[in-house]
Write a protein that binds this ligand. Structure first.
Ligand code: F6R
Length: 607
């Protein structure tokens, strides 16, 4: 989604703003722009398309002098992607410039009001009303005006504002949309995401709702809307800068696929001590845990697919009914959730608007919320009752891989931890599962070693128009993810089906040559899935099968990829690897923009 960057210091701002925007490209966007105060006026440069186009237009940011500026990458919500709709937006006389992430819900009323007063708008965006309101209310005091404007806005926002008459300040505000302030020496920074400023500083303030930051060259002051000063704690970012760079790989997605053994090990290892799972993050006693009569999992997209896997695992191991819910549906359906429901929220970014709001809905209804989050300090992490961090490191490719895998790893830890507390997992089984879990990263390495075979299979299927994924039980949950990975980065239509459902309609779509990817890892259901494979083969399907290496007989059903046999609970972590690699190689053969697929954004901060 949209990205914000800002600079105030003694250097020329343009080159840094462009580097910052480049670092935010991974979030997905369709236009970019910068605005600098050159000492006497605000100069805006914007371009539809990539940051590269803006670089060309501005000679890498060197064409405009000015040591204070703001920049933005826009993911269109109101108004098509175009130069005029790109941010920053100026007020009518060019006195104020604004960059904005989020949505102003009452923008149309505000626009009507200002239009009736004679204000002329240039763009179709909701953001422009903020710049125009600034000018409308301005009586000589920048902060007063910002506060006045904020009172008028409904919705979510992270804002950066500069003014022609204040070349020594940037004003930044946040409400429900992430924003950080980077602290330097004789220079300070503004960003929606730390990756934009990591090359300059690692010390930051993390803005909270309704805080207003006044950035100067030699300091940053934070106030509330009553103009009282707030003393915030400085946070130090300990990320490895290399983690946000490609490190010799062609794409972030491939790098992140290859990083999965380490990411899983980083997530699991600190939480297994002397053969026992220790989750100090979870503040629930065995007594409290026993009070819950339902587990409710809330998430979107791939994180939701982890929730579907978790449903199968938790129900089997904990003997509690589990509902995995799409956060966007849960919010608006008057769900049956109360203090006897344990809610688990899953989110890589910790900022997904639907997931965050669904979580709040569950909390309003009295449910205890445990979140599984990758981005430290993100809204969901902060606002949930307990947070279990996945230690995947920064995930840059839009299509998730290592975050998905580490979320699964946390699900296994929770299943063991709760199973032990509830007494539903017997000691021998517990011990064996923990041992297998500790060895999981090694097993994943062996699956990754088989990548050339998957590349070969991708080369046979990359011209397909439709691909079907089928599976039963956890294999079905996994097929949802395989299908999403393929369609989001290769733009090939695909569907995931519970294999037993095929006969109830979808099988009519199978014809000569239709690719069907069958997941056949679930030991108890091998015979059943083989029957389903035969059904589609009989109708002409071209089958690719993923199976465990103790079922070599499955070679006969089609092109089969074998993964090591591990206990059922852990199989998704191995079986997802060929699915990720398959999607990656297909997209690569088709020449797609793998790390930034069209129309998609990394962190979906609007509803
Ligand atoms: C797909 C993908 C998305 C996200 C979804 C939720 O590859 O990455 O489907 O899983 O947008 O995002 P988070 O996990 O940040 O809440």
């Amino acid at each position: 989604m949209c990205g914000i960057v800002g600079y105030i210091g003694f250097e020329q701002a343009g080159p840094f703003l462009l580097d910052g925007l480049q670092a935010l490209e991974y979030r997905g966007y369709d236009s970019a722009g910068i605005c600098l105060n050159d000492g006497s006026k605000l100069i805006v440069k914007k371009a539809k398309g990539k940051v590269f186009d803006l670089r060309t237009l501005t000679h890498d940011g060197h064409d405009t002098k000015g040591t204070v500026g703001i920049g933005h990458t826009r993911w269109a919500t109101h108004g098509e992607p175009s130069d005029v709709n790109a941010h920053p937006h100026l007020s009518e006389s060019g006195r104020f410039a604004v960059v904005h992430n989020g949505i102003i819900e009452n923008y149309q009323q505000l626009k009507n009001y200002l239009t009736a007063k004679g204000v002329v708008f240039r763009s179709m965006t909701d953001t422009e009303v903020i710049a125009q309101l600034m000018e409308y209310y301005y009586k000589g005091d920048l902060i007063e005006t910002v506060i006045r404007v904020l009172e008028k806005l409904d919705g979510s926002y992270a804002l950066g504002v500069i003014s022609q008459e204040n070349p020594d300040e940037i004003i930044a505000v946040r409400k429900e949309s992430p924003l950080i302030i980077g602290l330097g020496e004789n220079e300070n920074f503004l960003a929606s995401d730390v990756t934009a400023i990591l090359s300059k500083t690692r010390t930051i303030y993390r803005m909270e709702n309704d805080e207003i930051a006044i950035l100067g060259r030699e300091g940053v002051k934070i106030i509330n809307t009553d103009k009282e000063e707030i003393h915030k704690e400085i946070e130090t970012i300990d990320w490895d800068v290399n983690a946000a760079q490609k490190g010799g790989y062609e794409h972030f997605m491939f790098k992140e696929i290859m990083e999965q053994p380490k990411a899983i090990s980083d997530t699991i290892a600190p939480r297994i001590k002397n053969g026992r799972v220790v989750l100090d993050e979870v503040n629930l006693s065995a007594e409290e845990l026993k009070q819950f009569n339902k587990i409710n999992i809330l998430a979107c997209g791939s994180a939701y697919h982890v929730g579907v896997v978790a449903k199968y695992i938790f129900e089997k191991m904990l003997r509690i009914p589990v509902e995995a819910d799409l956060a966007s549906e849960f919010r608006y359906r008057d769900p049956i959730v109360n203090e006897k429901t344990l809610t688990i929220v899953i989110s890589q970014s910790g900022e997904t608007a639907d997931t965050k709001e669904a979580m709040k809905e569950a909390q309003r209804r009295g449910s205890h919320v445990i979140s599984i989050v990758n981005v430290v300090g993100s809204s969901i992490a902060v606002e949930s009752d307990d947070v279990i961090y996945t230690w995947a490191g920064p995930e840059i490719a839009v299509a998730t891989t290592k975050a998905y895998s580490t979320q699964l790893a946390v699900v296994y830890l929770l299943a063991l931890y709760f199973g032990d507390m509830l007494g539903t997992v017997v000691p021998d089984e517990y011990k064996a599962l923990v041992q297998e879990l500790e060895d999981l990263p090694n097993k994943i390495e062996t699956v990754l070693e088989n990548k050339e075979r998957i590349q070969y299979l991708a080369s046979k299927l990359f011209n397909s128009k439709d691909v079907f994924f089928i599976g039963r039980n956890i294999d079905y949950a996994l097929s949802l993810e395989g299908s999403l990975k393929l369609k989001e980065i290769s733009y090939i239509h695909s569907e995931a089906y519970a294999a037993g459902e095929l006969k109830h309609g979808t099988i009519s779509l199978i014809e000569e040559g239709t690719p069907v990817i069958a997941l056949a890892t679930h030991e108890e259901l091998i015979a059943k899935i083989v029957s389903n494979i035969e059904e589609v083969k009989t109708r002409g399907a071209q089958v690719m099968c993923i199976a465990c290496d103790n079922h070599k007989e499955l070679e006969r059903v089609g092109e089969t990829i074998f993964i090591p046999r591990v206990c059922d609970m852990l199989l998704p972590s191995l079986a997802v690897i060929p699915l990720q690699l398959f999607a990656y190689y297909v997209a690569s053969l088709k020449g797609c923009d793998i790390d930034q697929p069209r129309n998609l954004a990394k962190s979906v901060t609007v509803e």
